[in-house]
Design a protein around this ligand. Structure first.
Ligand code: CDP
Length: 229
């Protein structure tokens, strides 16, 4: 069967990653989380004194970009992908609210995107991958054979993120999460470089009222149709 590239884009916290991971596992593809890369750059900024309040020291970050190395490894037990920043496992840290607060600003910087997109294209060279993000089907892999654009209401998305943070032992505030979701949607859709938008040839998936199982079945069906063509 021919190997393809599957691009999954959509709004924040709509379960893209869970969905993309499950799809990759069931079709035997590698999964890449492009958002984790932007989150790792945001964490680098926090750890290197490049954030004042919520303002990024853009010129200093530009100078330091060559020092940032982001890699992925598969967890030997769960097979989930783990993000490493300069050799350190940052998978948990990059999901914190302090990173979420600044990540969309970092991701709006053109030199950050140029760097990340080059690395992402490298990962897709051999095909057989699922990558999720905001601009995968529009900018990173405009020729991807399967494109999915996921959405759900902001309240449903904030509730999912709330549950995720609670499950890992944090004590989140729902209102704060909802505000962060809305703020990131706004920055992602209105930025100049690769704004979040549905590619014309992407299939739309609103999963507000879908179970994970229904969603997975729907995706596998689409995958079969596309790879059989
Ligand atoms: O929290 P969520 O899973 O929705 O987001 P993420 O996939 O972890 O991405 C975090 C942030 O990185 C997004 O809000 C975007 O601002 C940015 N991002 C991007 O600009 N382009 C991508 N391909 C992926 C993420």
């Amino acid at each position: 069967m021919k190997k393809i590239i599957i691009a999954v884009d959509g709004f924040s916290s709509c379960g893209k990653s869970t969905m993309a991971k499950a799809l990759a596992r069931s079709v035997g593809y590698l999964y890449f989380d492009s958002g984790a890369m932007y989150r790792a750059v945001a964490l680098f900024c926090l750890e290197n004194g490049l954030v004042q309040g919520e303002t990024i020291a853009v010129e200093e970050l530009r100078e330091k970009m060559p020092q940032i190395r982001i890699t992925f490894e598969a967890d030997p037990e769960t097979k989930n992908s783990i993000t490493f920043l300069n050799g350190k496992n940052v998978e948990s840290e990059i999901r914190s609210l302090r990173v979420s607060r600044i990540v969309s600003q970092v991701a709006a910087l053109d030199f950050v995107r140029t760097d990340m997109i080059a690395q992402q294209r490298e990962m897709g060279k051999a095909k057989g991958i699922v990558m999720d993000g905001r601009d995968i089907g529009t900018t990173v892999f405009p020729d991807a054979e399967m494109k999915v654009f996921v959405t759900a209401s902001a309240e449903v998305r904030a509730q999912r993120r709330y549950d995720e943070l609670t499950a890992r032992g944090d004590n989140p505030n729902f209102q704060e999460i909802l505000e962060n979701v809305l703020q990131r949607d706004h920055i992602d859709q209105t930025r100049e470089v690769s704004p979040l938008r549905k590619a014309d040839d992407a299939i739309l998936l609103d999963n507000s009222n879908m179970t994970r199982e229904e969603q997975q079945e729907w995706l596998c069906e689409k995958f079969k149709e596309i790879t059989a063509e």
